[in-house]
Design a protein around this ligand. Structure first.
Ligand code: OOG
Ligand code: NI
Length: 267
């Protein structure tokens, strides 16, 4: 596992960029043209609730670089469970990790997922690069389609595996924008397609968090029977509001998160 939080995020970022070309354009649009001037509010990772690679196995990599567990979230319809983590340095991105509750899914899905998980080398899970190691299995494009019919989340995992599925611009930290409407308008004017599930803006000042996101880029995956382009990763935008104590809210909002998951749906 990494001991340096910055090294971990640099690797996560480079790996994310390799399948998310639009992320560079997002930075050009919202930041100035300097490098590293966009502050990320959080990132998110996905997994299955299998003992070998469950949420806690991913979380261990963040706990090792100074993160603490801060909140939990349930998504009944999507059969997901999630936790979020924060670093003692508030400038470090928050981390949202979810897992698919596999035992609630069909026998067929369970068989496919168990077969994927069985192909992961036990030692890979604690290696420095696990959180940006992608897939550890071979699946066919047919298997991907089968998973897609039942759980878009499971299909995404089969194609992309372990990596940040999004980074999130902190609108609070932007110099050129101070509301989410103008960020969304700038993105649309530049040709980005936004996730409209539940409306372009998820949340409100009342719940202390407003969020929007692009729809994932399409990127090529090497399935066992050939290469197919499928939705990869996306960019999110978050504006946080102050709690009564004057501090910014640092949690997530389950009803909004439920819609953000759909940013990896096919266009
Ligand atoms: C995570 C979706 C939830 C948020 O900010 O509420 C989320 C995912 O798509 O894996 O990122
Ligand atoms: Ni997010």
């Amino acid at each position: 596992m990494h001991t340096d939080v910055n090294a971990l995020f640099e690797n996560l970022w480079d790996n994310y960029l390799s399948v998310t070309p639009s992320a560079v354009k997002v930075h050009e649009l919202l930041g100035s043209t300097q490098k590293d001037d966009v502050i990320n509010d959080h990132i998110a990772l996905r997994t299955f609730n299998h003992e070998k690679i469950g949420l806690e196995k991913l979380a261990a990599h963040f706990l090792a670089v100074g993160y603490k567990e801060c909140g939990e979230y349930h998504f009944e319809a999507k059969k997901l469970y999630a936790k979020h983590f924060e670093h003692s340095d508030p400038k470090q991105p928050k981390v949202f990790i979810s897992e698919l509750l596999v035992e609630q899914c069909s026998e067929e899905l369970q068989t496919i997922v168990n077969d994927m998980v069985a192909q992961i080398d036990e030692n890979a899970v604690t290696a420095d690069n696990f959180l940006y190691s992608g897939t550890h299995w071979q699946v066919s494009s047919d298997t991907y389609k089968k998973l897609l019919a039942e759980s878009e989340y499971a299909a995404w995992m089969s194609a992309w595996g372990y990596r940040a599925n999004h980074f999130t611009v902190s609108i609070n930290e932007l110099a050129k924008f101070d509301d989410i409407e103008s960020v969304n308008q700038a993105l649309k004017d530049a040709g980005f397609a936004l996730n409209t599930s539940g409306g372009e803006i998820k949340g409100s000042p009342e719940v202390l968090l407003e969020q929007s996101s692009t729809l994932a880029d399409d990127s090529e995956v090497e399935f066992s029977d050939g290469v197919v382009a499928v939705p990869s990763c996306f960019y999110e935008f978050a504006l946080r509001y102050e709690k009564p104590d004057g501090e910014l809210y640092t949690g997530f909002v389950a009803a909004s998160a439920d819609k953000i998951f759909e940013s990896t749906n096919a266009r």
